[in-house]
Design a protein around this ligand. Structure first.
Ligand code: ATP
Ligand code: MG
Length: 150
């Protein structure tokens, strides 16, 4: 996935950081890829000056967490409660970029349909960081997700 997106931009360096033995995630592959697509296109769109985009995975006992972080304009504290609303776009975004305000709304619907959570970690002056969690499939520890999303 990082490689696929890297072909869309010379401005950004897309890095993926996953632990070696990443757990299997059972879910709708097409829809989960759509979530990656939405979050990565946001990271690119909202960091027009470029910089690093980091995709990282963490393993917890019951779930995994994936975060996508950029070095762009970031999401202001005031916008944090609204960015997952349907058609919501921050003023800065509306002024400078095109979009429907649907990517995060749809991503949340997909993640919640998988019994996961999705949230924004505000990092003023340091870009945006959007994370989601998905339940682990107990008893498996191969690299399926790594292979399918990297
Ligand atoms: N990585 C990010 N950096 C800064 N702001 C972001 C980022 N991701 C989302 N946002 C803010 O959240 C709003 C909602 O994002 P969302 O992806 O739902 O819509 P969009 O990107 O505006 O349009 P669409 O995804 O439908 O093309 C954006 O308009 C922007 O204000
Ligand atoms: Mg979007």
């Amino acid at each position: 996935m990082a490689e696929r997106f890297q072909t869309q931009t010379d401005q950004h360096k897309i890095l993926a950081q996953f632990p070696e033995e990443f757990p299997v995630i059972v879910g709708d592959k097409t829809r989960l890829e759509q979530v990656f697509y939405n979050l990565l296109s946001n990271a690119i769109k909202y960091s027009p000056a470029g910089g690093e985009i980091r995709i990282s995975g963490q393993i917890r006992s019951e779930h995994i967490i994936i975060c996508i972080q950029d070095k762009g304009m970031g999401i202001s504290q005031d916008d944090v409660p609204h960015v997952f609303d349907r058609f919501y776009r921050a003023d800065e975004a509306a002024k400078n970029t095109q979009g429907a305000g649907l990517g995060l709304y749809l991503s949340r619907a997909i993640i919640e349909a998988h019994k996961g959570r999705i949230w924004v970690e505000p990092r003023p002056d340091a870009g945006a960081r959007v994370c989601f969690s998905l339940l682990r499939e107990k008893g498996f520890t191969n690299n399926l997700l790594n292979e399918e999303t990297s």
